[in-house]
Design a protein around this ligand. Structure first.
Ligand code: ZN
Length: 469
């Protein structure tokens, strides 16, 4: 067998997390295109000439929700501006920031953010991209200019990308005219589909790149424009992912009830064929019926726990949703933190605090909370990307992380509790040591391969932005 191994595209690990859990003596082999050609476990001995991973291997986590430019605002809105500060007052500040960002700024912010994601063990990102136009609201000469900067940033840093240009048309239910501070976001369905077409012509899809669309929210589109968008998308690619912000705020649920006569998730499920290609981001406020119906639909619930906590959104009914067989993945959204471990931890902790119980999201089949949530977030997150990733199996991208076996939370422990420690313990540096995407090592010993340059560019962009703020 050794003679058939191309050792330049292979890695041996004493332990690797395969779809069935931790397995020993595992050999990964991948193609020149960066997809896993063969995953073999239980080898009697390591094949000659193949590099040994420094520690246990796990699939990289897909990040299913990102607004890249918001990374540069992290930490800047954590003070009381008025006694009723809320998501909506935060949004005003975010809009002011969005108004300032130039194409160069966006590229620099996205490159640094994606390096941070890779270092945290996120190997794919779904970019919910809604800043399309120049600062005065005029379209750029290339209407996809800003989306191109983001896609290019992913290519440069090595993270897998699902670009979701956002349809934003209205400022509220009932097709209310957009506000002036939304001028950089606004398109018709036809214009938005034009951006998708332009992107596909500029950089066609490949193993690490996929395109879809994102109707921003039910506030920002109408039934007719959503239908036109989906029909246009189906003509391009009937399996392309569709993401939407759905029920992040109670005010949004109330407005939907008032103007449309139904709660947002119910409204969407009743009127559109919501299935496994859909990702409903922030399905935070759902009632019992919606919880069961969303789980049945096969759509992914896009959970962004650190952002939802930071913005005071509310708590998603995770226990009931998982009980009903619902699929989910996690995203870093506003990037107040960029670490899937924190997202999974907070998912469980929200339930513990509400229910005053422990190990709420374990199941009879999977008693270790972290293992259950990790496996589910890999599957759901991968589906939300519309790409083959999130598993160490033949045909998937060779997207994986190497854990540090010397880390105080892993050393001396049995493999059975590694994931529990990785997710729930927070002591010093991350246990994620090396990161590979498409079989290429992009993070080594906790540093991105272009770390110094990307950080310098980010600082320069942030300095410009804050000087103009
Ligand atoms: Zn969002």
């Amino acid at each position: 067998m050794n003679s058939t191994i191309d050792t330049s595209r292979a890695l041996f690990a004493r332990h690797a997390w395969l779809p069935e859990g931790w397995r020993e003596n595992v050999l990964l082999e991948w193609t020149t295109g960066g997809s896993l050609a063969r995953v073999t476990s239980g080898l009697a001995q390591p094949p000659a000439g193949v590099t040994h991973a420094a520690g246990p291997l796990m699939p990289g986590m897909p990040n299913l929700h990102s607004h890249a430019f918001q990374r540069a605002m992290a930490g800047l809105t954590e003070y009381r501006a008025n006694p009723t500060d809320s998501f909506w007052s935060w949004r005003d500040l975010m809009y002011r920031f969005a108004a300032l960002v130039t194409p160069d700024d966006l590229g620099a912010i996205a490159r640094w953010l994606y390096a941070e994601m890779l270092k945290a063990g996120y190997t794919s990102v779904c970019e919910f991209h809604y800043v399309h136009h120049a600062q005065d609201g005029q379209r750029y000469a290339s209407p996809a200019e800003l989306a191109q900067r983001v896609v290019a940033a992913a290519g440069e840093t090595g993270i897998g990308m699902t670009m979701l240009p956002v349809l934003y048309q209205y400022s509220g239910f009932g097709a209310r005219a957009p506000r002036d501070d939304q001028r950089r976001f606004i398109n018709t369905p036809e214009q938005l589909l034009g951006i998708v077409d332009a992107l596909r012509a500029w950089r066609p899809e490949h193993g690490a790149l996929r395109y879809g669309v994102a109707p921003h929210s039910l506030r920002a589109v109408s039934r007719d424009s959503l239908r036109a968008l989906l029909e246009g998308l189906n003509a391009i690619s009937p399996s392309a992912p569709v993401h939407i912000h759905i029920a992040e705020q109670t005010a949004e649920v109330d407005a939907c009830l008032e103007t449309e006569g139904a709660r947002p998730v119910q409204w969407l499920l009743d009127r559109f064929d919501v299935n496994a290609r859909w990702c409903l981001v922030h399905a935070t406020h759902i009632d019992t019926n919606e919880t069961a119906a969303l789980a049945r639909s096969g759509a992914i619930a896009g959970l962004c726990l650190t952002t939802e906590a930071n913005l005071g959104d509310g708590i998603f009914p995770a226990h009931d949703y998982l009980d009903a067989g619902g699929a989910f993945g996690v995203g870093s959204d506003s990037h107040i933190g960029v670490d899937w471990r924190a997202e999974l931890r907070l998912l469980e902790y929200g339930q513990r605090l509400v229910r005053r119980e422990r190990n709420v999201l374990a199941s009879t089949h999977e008693t270790h909370v972290a293992d259950r949530l990790f496996g589910a977030a890999l599957r759901g997150g991968a589906r939300a990307t519309g790409r083959a990733t999130g598993a160490l199996e033949t045909g998937a991208r060779a997207d994986f992380v190497v854990l540090d076996p010397q880390h105080p939370n892993l050393a001396e422990q049995p493999a059975r509790t590694w994931l529990s420690s990785v997710v729930f313990c927070e002591h010093g540096e991350t246990p994620v040591l090396d990161v590979y995407t498409g079989g290429e090592r992009v993070v080594q010993a906790r540093r991105h391969r272009d770390e110094a340059r990307l950080y310098a560019d980010y600082r320069a962009a942030l300095s410009r932005l804050l000087a103009n703020a």
